[in-house]
Each structure stands twice: as C-alpha cells, then as structure tokens.
Design a protein around this ligand. Structure first.
Ligand code: ATP
Length: 202
C-alpha cells in the first residue's frame, strides 16, 4: 500500500491552499469532499437509492439530485440523516481506497475536512493538521463564501475541536500568517514524506 498522508483542518483553515502546494511537487491529492459530491452523480448507485426512497420529489427536472431538498429533509428528519450516511459512507470509502491505490506519485495525500470524525485516519501513515484560530476561520470563510458568521460558526461547532485535531496530528502547519509562509513549510514536509515513503517501501 502507498504511503498516505492525511490532511485535515476545520472549515476555511487552508487545506485546499496547502494541498495545491503539494500538488505542485507532483503529489496526487485524493479529496474526500470532491468524492462525496460525485457520489450522488446521475446514474450512480446512491442516487438510484435516493430516488427509490423518496421518489421524483428528490430530483431536479434534469434527473440530478435536488441537494437543497435533501438538505432540508435530513435537517427535519434525523433518521433520514442516518439512512443517508449509511448509504453514502461505504461508497465514499470505497472510492477513496480505489483512488489511493491508483495514485501514481511517491506518496499520496488524502484531504478530508472530517478525517478524524469519520475515522479516515486509519487509512493514513501520517496526519497533517492545518491549524488556525477560530477567528481566522470565521474571517477567511466569510470572505470566500459570502455566508453569515452564524452559518460558519455552526459548521465549526459541528466539526472536531481544534484540540481534538491537534491531538491526532503528526505534523502541524500553522496558517495564521501570510500565504507565502506556507511554501517553505510544505517544502520541508514534502522532503520528510518522501523519506518516510521510501522507508516504507523497503
Ligand atoms: P474548506 O474546508 O471550507 O473547503 P479549506 O480548509 O480548503 O476550506 P481554503 O479554501 O484553502 O481552506 O482557504 C480558505 C480561504 O482562505 C480561501 O479563500 C484562501 O484563499 C484563504 N487563505 C488560505 N490561507 C490563507 C493565508 N495564509 N492568508 C490569507 N488567506 C488565506
């Protein structure tokens, strides 16, 4: 099995910004968020199951998932949230494993906001946490997404705490400063992961 570095951090902490830098070193990024979004694509197993349960009401006119409808539904019916998680989590995991196996780079990054919450750390040789203060998370996410402070705060509250994440970390990138400060930190970690990946192979 490939050497896997799990990258995580709360909303707006800078996971994408950091993983883009690793990608520039030729490292393959498996993004759990992207996979989770595609799991409900048209023609897929998951969307067929959603239609079987809720009927056409859950779909848009073009046959794709009505995400707003489903979000509302699981907000109002907690048991539906469990059903949806039971449906999607194994499919997401399967897709993550498949992409990790196929990756062609000296090591591979698994980027997931809920790496710790969903126990994806089990798939990882190392865990890299992108760490920022809550104030920075609020400010950068609001600037990026045009959402209210309350909305960001409720997402922060639903995610693992900063302490929980730091406890699970083998390495930490602090992202309070200027974006340019990330480059040397990524370079150093890239060198480390190359060495560790080689050691795992031999
Ligand atoms: P999410 O979990 O919400 O997808 P993320 O962890 O992937 O977020 P990014 O999208 O990388 O976070 O960063 C959040 C926002 O903050 C982006 O608009 C990004 O450009 C900006 N940002 C990241 N790092 C810095 C920095 N050091 N200084 C200023 N802005 C930054």
């Amino acid at each position: 099995m490939m050497f896997v570095v799990g990258v995580t951090g709360g909303i707006g902490s800078g996971k994408t910004t950091v993983t883009n830098l690793f990608q520039q070193h030729g490292i393959v990024i498996v993004d759990a968020d992207v996979i989770a979004r595609h799991i409900m694509d048209k023609g897929g197993e998951a969307l067929t199951a959603v239609e079987a349960r809720y009927g056409k009401e859950a779909l848009l006119d073009d046959g794709s998932l009505n995400r707003a409808w489903l979000r509302e539904r699981i907000f109002k019916h907690p048991e539906d949230k469990h059903w949806l998680n039971d449906l999607t989590h194994p499919l997401i995991r399967e897709q993550i494993l498949s992409q990790l196996h196929q990756a062609q780079s000296p090591y591979v990054i698994l980027s997931a906001p809920l790496l710790i919450e969903n126990r994806l750390t089990k798939l990882c040789d190392r865990v890299l946490v992108i760490d920022v203060s809550e104030a920075t998370q609020l400010q950068r996410t609001q600037q990026r997404d045009d959402v209210s402070e309350d909305q960001v705060q409720s997402i922060i509250n639903a995610q693992a705490s900063r302490e929980q994440r730091l406890q699970a970390a083998d390495n930490i990138i602090r992202n309070e400063g200027d974006e340019s400060e990330l480059t040397p930190q990524v370079e150093k970690l890239h060198e480390l992961y190359l060495r560790l990946a080689l050691a795992k192979q031999s």
